[in-house]
Design a protein around this ligand. Sequence first.
Ligand code: UDP
Length: 407
Amino acid sequence: MHGLNEYEPIVGAQVIDELRLLADKTKGWTVQNVNSTAVGGGVAEILNRMVPLLQELGVKASWDVIKGGEQFFKVTKKFHNALHGKLEDLKPEDFTTFLETSEMNNKTMELKGDILMIHDPQPIALIQRKDTQKSKWAWRCHIDVSNPDPKVWNFLRPFIDRYDASVFSAPAFSQELPIRQFLIPPSIDPLSDKNKELPLNTIQEVLQKYQLDPEKPIVTQISRFDYLKDPLGVIDAFEMVQRYVDCQLVLAGGTATDDPESVEVLEKTNARASANADIHVLAIPSGSDIEINALQRASSVIVQKSLKEGFGLTVTEALWKGKPLVASAVGGITLQVAHRYSGLLCHSIEGAAYAIKQLLQNSEYAKKLGENGREHVRQNFLLTRHLRDYLLLFLSFFHEGDIIHLN
Ligand code: UDP
């Protein structure tokens, strides 16, 4: 694990000093995070790094995961899709399942904190214990809820309304709510295995392991196998590009324990890709961070053709590596990519194909976009900025309306 001082060469001494000043005010506070999976997906990715650094700053931060059976996670996946605006066939018994599992977690989960950070809808009903805890409660929503299915949103609203504050990733996701709202975009850790610099031979070994041709340009999308990440759309776009440029496609990803749909999506992707020898569908076990890092670094172009996206950490990771990026103009991706400045935004399969081809054929332009993207991430989406925002959030709970002196 890296200490805070190691971030100084990347972000500057001032950023680290400011964090220490803020942390002086929150020393010894207990902050418990609760989500629904320890591995897979962006939330787990962030908590893995955020919690130890908060601890280093003197905050007693912890992280717990709720329990749930297959049926519960089927329902919460439907909720997730519906909150993203996808039409889902929701039955009355789905809501019953959600409430029953919530009840079980309410009975068994130990809650301890000056502040409780509850991530996403799965554990949202823990708020029913608000009266028994003296804590301040934050609902940290990582989903793009700009256009939610009202059936699910209205079901969740009585829970949300009881929190002391909500936190969304982007201004477009904020909602009319009777509680305070904070806008805090996520972040990546530049020193983690996922993002640190890698020696060339590590990258070569990974290419060899997955039988990728080091001489042929690689177009990559890293994502959980999820319909909302549109792996089949990526294949369609790639095959259009292939008519003009000899290149290979990597679709690499795993499954998340709270996503029962992923096996089916992986199977469909494999079936669609099987006739094309230049498409490599790689099922990568969770925790293979160096491999993901190496695949991103070996790529000529990185794609994120999501149909919906909360924030898109894979986009941040690609930009930080200075990679030319083609990404859908959805959700938090638009916070990260300024079209034709730090990447290319697309709105369709044809648009994605056109952009990928353009970047493969114009390496100078591609390089410039990558450099701009890296600087944008340095300024806005590294873990140190995220830590600062969380410390300010914690302080705001106990200093509503006050001026806080940091010296
Ligand atoms: N990721 C990974 N292995 C995979 C697929 C994804 O480590 O097989 C990581 C990816 O590098 C990123 C995170 O999981 O850090 C995904 O976050 P993102 O916000 O892009 O999407 P989410 O999965 O949360 O919808």
